[in-house]
Design a protein around this ligand. Structure first.
Ligand code: HEC
Length: 238
């Protein structure tokens, strides 16, 4: 059978048994193994080439720095929009101690403070405030805080030479106040596996909101604060 293909050494190969495609052989054979010149189907190759070509405009569009194009950016934008809508309800808050105390007693607004915390603070203070790089915010001891108003000052100006960043220029006054109230609300929650207490144990937060509004509703929330305050030290002593 002089028709059998020859390998590189000129040795004639055994004929291949079974169904043999029409494709030509590539002409080389190693250890008796011959290779068909068997190209990928055209549609496959075009999909491959097409996906490479598609990648360039795709990368340029989504990673070229255009604003608001990635899903995360659109999400952040929607979130900010949402917060702005909510803020329309309370207007621009005063950045003072009384406002922090007031919102400590408004669970709905604390949720907004919580979302500010989740976005900006958990990287250093932990998801539940138990502390990572930053101190535990769920115990009764504080390093830079002696009074509830100090939380706002620490948020505005930072602490420990910037280890705790200043947020004054990065967050709106409303966000600062609500985040401060939320941080205050974490006190005494004593999350599991939080960092050991740092600093000094300070007196409880003021129990009653300042006498700006004294509706029945406010009176009810006062009671709740009383309860919270009385359970706080008990928890700490166990
Ligand atoms: C880059 C890390 C980092 C981020 C982000 C951060 N903090 Fe801090 N924070 C710290 C450190 C570190 C301290 C402790 C400073 C010190 O040792 O005096 C601290 C201290 C504090 C304190 C005072 C606690 C005390 O015991 O005196 C409060 C309140 C606080 N942070 C709230 C926040 C809030 C709210 C945010 C988000 C808006 C935030 N932090 C974001 C690192 C951070």
């Amino acid at each position: 059978m002089g028709n059998n293909p020859k390998n590189q050494d000129g040795v004639e190969q055994e004929p291949i048994v079974g169904e043999i495609p029409d494709d030509p052989l590539t002409g080389h054979a190693y250890d008796g193994i011959q290779e068909f010149d068997n190209p990928l189907p055209g549609w496959w190759k075009w999909m491959f080439i097409g996906s490479i070509l598609f990648a360039f405009p795709y990368a340029a569009f989504y990673h070229g720095g255009g604003e608001g194009r990635t899903a995360t950016e659109r999400y952040d934008k929607a979130l900010a929009e949402n917060i702005r809508l909510q803020f329309a309800e309370i207007g621009e808050l005063k950045m003072d101690r009384a406002t922090v105390v007031k919102f400590l007693n408004e669970p709905n607004w604390l949720r907004v403070g919580k979302s500010v915390f989740k976005t900006n603070c958990v990287s250093c203070h932990g998801a539940e405030g138990g502390g990572l790089v930053g101190p535990n915010l769920t115990d009764e001891a504080y390093k830079n805080v002696k009074d509830i108003g100090d939380i706002l000052h620490v948020l505005e100006n930072g602490a420990a030479g910037g280890a705790m960043p200043a947020w004054k220029t990065r967050l709106s006054p409303n966000e600062l106040v609500l985040a401060a109230s939320y941080v205050a609300s974490l006190r005494g929650t004593e999350v599991a596996d939080g960092k050991p207490a740092e600093g000094r144990v300070i007196p409880p937060w003021p129990e009653a909101p300042p006498e700006e509004e004294t509706s029945d509703e406010e009176a009810n929330t006062d009671d709740e604060t009383d309860d919270a305050a009385s359970t706080g030290p008990k928890k700490a002593s166990t």
